[in-house]
Design a binder for this molecule. Structure first.
Ligand SMILES: [Zn+2]
Length: 413
């Protein structure tokens, strides 16, 4: 069993075939959740899975499961998977790699007539990206019991079309309650979506968890005034708060070391006219850190710095946390299985904490879970130019295969 390897060429050719569905002009993909392109991608995957002798099942929130039976009935599955949906200007690998690496595991077991005691299952989580329906990791959240099925069905896109309508349009039965089948362990392969593995020339990221993250919206009230006649000391200019806060925020992040992440991704002044002192300012602060203590300190810094600046400028304002995802620590035994597989296969590896959220965050709430990362060029993701090397993708799939085998227990043919 030690010598078992996936077929890297088949994995690559499937990635390229899937990328033709919803292909964009700059080499990326647009298969947003439950669009025609997303459904077409799922149909292609289902055909491959059925040809591999697997049963395909879709639940009431559109999660798709591909199962290869185990040699003993009634045992919990060893699961892998990710998502097929993309950002509007997404790449060929984010999510898709994890799904097709899972299928490749199944096909490699078929090729070599390897039976496993536990069934192997590949999951395709519905609407991971949250770009069309505003709830990232939706399908896995419902499956893990973190989001009510009805709430997910009621989510609507910008055109007012609901998840429920789109599931019905796709012919997916939405009335059956979600029943979470027993899962022994879950492993998700994914491109890193950051530059660290590439920079450190490592092939495999052994992912130990996901960092803490939150998004905050700051609102500052000023007073609109004419840019010409109004002397500087007589203005109530909300941008003054931003001017004071930005250097202080960046300094706070820098003080907390290299793992701290602080992003001001959105700044808006109203009315947004070049010759009017703005009456209102709105900006967002995204804060992330793997360590709960440091993460909390960063949040406190942000609150204190904004409040101090508001006070100094004598302006009214508000800070609102609009989204928070607590950090995740993956299961030590699953992490050890990934670490062990990478070492046994002779790949260089790095223990790391994921900077992005993944379906595995939800899955890990109810099932022992870990992730395998592979490098992507320049750390670029959520981008049409997203790319990864066939050799790295193959290596990650081999690590996935052996991590899963250690849990699913292979029996010689
Ligand atoms: Zn993803």
């Amino acid at each position: 069993m030690k010598d078992l390897r996936v077929n890297g060429d088949r994995l690559w050719s499937r990635l390229m075939s899937m990328a033709e569905i919803g292909a964009t002009s700059h080499g990326g993909c647009n298969r947003q959740a439950l669009t025609d392109a997303d459904m077409e991608g799922r149909r292609l995957l289902s055909r491959w899975a059925q040809a591999a002798g697997c049963r395909v099942r879709v639940d009431a929130i559109g999660n798709l499961f591909i199962r290869r039976p185990g040699s003993e009935g009634g045992l919990p599955v060893v699961m892998t998977g990710s998502h097929l949906d993309t950002q509007p200007t997404g790449g060929k690998f984010d999510g898709v790699y994890g799904v097709l690496a899972g299928l490749e595991v199944i096909e490699s077991l078929n090729d070599h007539a390897v039976r496993t005691t536990h069934p192997i299952e590949v999951s395709v989580w519905c609407n991971e990206e949250g770009s069309r329906f505003p709830m990232a990791m939706m399908g896995s959240a419902v499956w893990s019991g973190r989001l009510a099925l009805g709430a997910a069905h009621g989510l609507t896109d910008r055109a007012g079309i609901s998840v429920r309508q789109e599931l019905e349009r796709a012919g997916i039965g939405i009335d059956a309650p979600i029943s979470r089948h027993p899962v022994k362990a879950s492993f998700e392969a994914h491109i890193e979506q950051g530059p660290v593995l590439e920079q450190k020339a490592k092939t495999i990221g052994v992912v130990t968890g996901v960092q803490h993250m939150s998004r905050h919206e700051v609102l500052v009230e000023g007073q609109e005034a004419h840019a010409g006649p109004t002397p500087m000391d007589m203005r109530r200019d909300p941008v003054r708060v931003l001017a004071a806060v930005l250097p202080a925020l960046y300094a706070s992040a820098e003080q907390r070391g290299r793992d701290a992440r602080l992003t001001i991704g959105f700044i808006e002044t109203l009315p947004g006219s070049p010759n009017t002192v703005p009456g209102r300012l709105r900006f967002t602060v995204d804060i992330r850190h793997p360590d709960a203590g440091v993460y909390g300190a960063l949040r406190e810094d942000m609150n204190r710095l904004v409040r101090t600046a508001l006070q100094r400028q004598a302006l009214a304002g508000d800070i609102r946390c609009v989204w928070e995802a607590p950090g995740v620590t993956f299961d030590p035994a699953c992490v050890a299985a990934v670490r062990g597989a990478a070492a046994a296969l002779g790949f260089s590896s790095l223990e790391m904490v994921s900077g992005a959220g993944h379906d595995s965050c939800n899955v890990s709430a109810v099932v022992p879970t870990a992730m395998v990362f592979v490098p992507c060029a320049g750390g670029l993701s959520h981008n049409e130019a997203e790319s990864a090397l066939p050799g790295d993708l193959e290596a990650g799939a081999n690590v996935l295969l052996h991590a899963m085998l250690s849990s699913a227990i292979a029996t010689p043919a």
